[in-house]
Design a protein around this ligand. Structure first.
Ligand SMILES: [Zn+2]
Length: 426
């Protein structure tokens, strides 16, 4: 039995006054002010700390099967815990792709063995993400996939995509789009703009993403499907979603911390820890995306956690280096450091967008801290700091823009059910 004393609890709507929380057998037995400590319980003095439901990340690349030198389900899950995340959805652009019931089953079985968090997976729209024929959609649904996406690439053929939507919507599947118009994207190295001209690199303009986004939402609207837009990077992208929400389309959308925080200027002298797809755009886009998060255009925050080895990221030129950065271990602390601590976002919004809404999107229940609920929480200390040294990272890869930096805020405890997954300095 665990008792947290004098903690402030963050919900989707507020931060409470000081409370005590009794956790017993993986559940919240009691929540209230000045509770008596049951005999034999461990007491944690949580004065000055925040307790909140753990985060849920709908967009991670665990690279299994096929590229487990970058990450695997075990290491990715430990990275998630390090970042206060206890539920994730894997992307299917693995090798082989997650496009059949057999692969889904084998990965979910593996996850039960090696992961200390809740691991879910998406499945491909098209076989091997090749855009030529439909993946084994119904079988994957039966095996437990939560969402269909060809993430990493767009579904290029609108007829195939519409067909998939009309086929799978009646049995409850929904779709997620990585939006890109390949012929406009060049070598997919960086945003087309001031910085790409300065560096002499062919850029990928925001319209590459925006045109495809508009197309995909139109397809979904026509097919009566629910479409989720992944990793929106531009202000006009946000406006596109706002427009279609206003039209009554069944569209949801996510924004990633890196697109909120960084822009093309951060690439500096070809730093591949700022290279991802869609690319970092401009300071104006940062502002418009943040505005979109506050005014409800974006339903959720996700990380697009994309591990690549140091060698892969640094042994070739900028254009050839793989796209993506890790995000699971830095997302929550960076959102605090960049926005909450500066008064630009508040904690209830973070819990809403990064904990409750992602679970609802996946048709899972949120995990609020209330009597009778399953214990799935983290403790956050705003006055402490986190140093992202190489040793800090549990991911197999350290391709993070925060490498060797110290940010304000620290996750000091992560609990899932009866297990304390992480504990620091308590
Ligand atoms: Zn993507």
């Amino acid at each position: 039995m665990l008792v947290l004393k004098n903690v402030r609890i963050v919900s989707e709507s507020e931060i409470s006054e000081l409370q005590d929380v009794v956790v017993n057998a993986g559940k919240y037995e009691a929540v209230g002010a000045g509770l008596a400590v049951p005999e034999g319980a461990r007491v944690v003095d949580a004065a000055g700390k925040l307790m909140m439901p753990t985060m849920f990340d709908t967009h991670v690349h665990f690279r299994e099967p096929g590229q487990t030198h970058k990450e695997d389900i075990a290491s990715g899950s430990e990275a998630a815990i390090n970042g206060g995340v206890t539920g994730i959805v894997m992307m299917p652009n693995t090798n082989p792709s997650i496009d059949s019931a057999a692969i889904v089953k084998s990965l979910l079985d593996k996850a039960k063995e090696v992961a200390r968090i809740n691991v879910y997976t998406s499945g491909c729209v098209s076989k091997d993400r090749a855009g030529k024929e439909l993946a084994e959609i119904h079988g994957m649904k039966e095996a437990g996939v939560l969402m269909l996406t060809d993430d990493g690439d767009t579904v290029d053929d609108p007829a195939l995509y519409k067909n998939a939507m009309e086929y799978a919507t009646p049995f409850g599947m929904f779709f997620a789009s990585h939006c890109e118009t390949p012929s406009l994207s060049g070598p997919r190295a960086m945003n087309e703009g001031k910085k790409s001209y300065e560096l002499g690199i062919e850029g990928s303009p925001a319209i590459s993403e925006e045109i495809c986004m508009d197309r995909d939402i139109r397809l979904a609207h026509a097919a009566g499907a629910h479409l989720h837009i992944q990793h929106v990077s531009s202000g006009i992208g946000a406006k596109t979603i706002e427009f279609w929400k206003g039209m009554g389309a069944r569209v949801t959308a996510e924004v990633c911390p890196h697109h909120l925080i960084f822009n093309e200027e951060d690439i500096g002298n070809f730093d591949t820890n700022f290279k991802m797809n869609p690319p970092l755009r401009t300071a104006a886009d940062n502002e418009q995306l943040l505005e979109g998060l506050k005014n409800g255009i974006f339903d959720i925050i996700s990380t697009d956690h994309a591990p690549h080895t140091h060698y892969e990221k640094t042994s070739v030129d900028f254009i050839s280096a793989p796209n993506g950065i890790t995000g699971l271990e830095t997302a929550l602390v960076s959102l605090y450091h960049e926005f909450v601590a500066k008064g630009k976002l508040d904690w209830p919004l973070i819990v809403n967008k990064f904990s409750a809404e992602p679970r609802r999107l996946m048709q899972l229940p949120p995990v609020p801290i209330k009597q009778g609920g399953v214990a799935e929480f983290l403790l956050f200390d705003e006055k402490s700091t986190t140093t992202y040294s190489e040793e800090f990272f549990k991911s197999k890869s350290i391709n993070s823009p925060y490498i060797n930096q110290t940010l304000n805020g620290e996750i000091q405890m992560v609990v899932l059910g009866e297990e304390i997954l992480l504990e620091l300095g308590l």
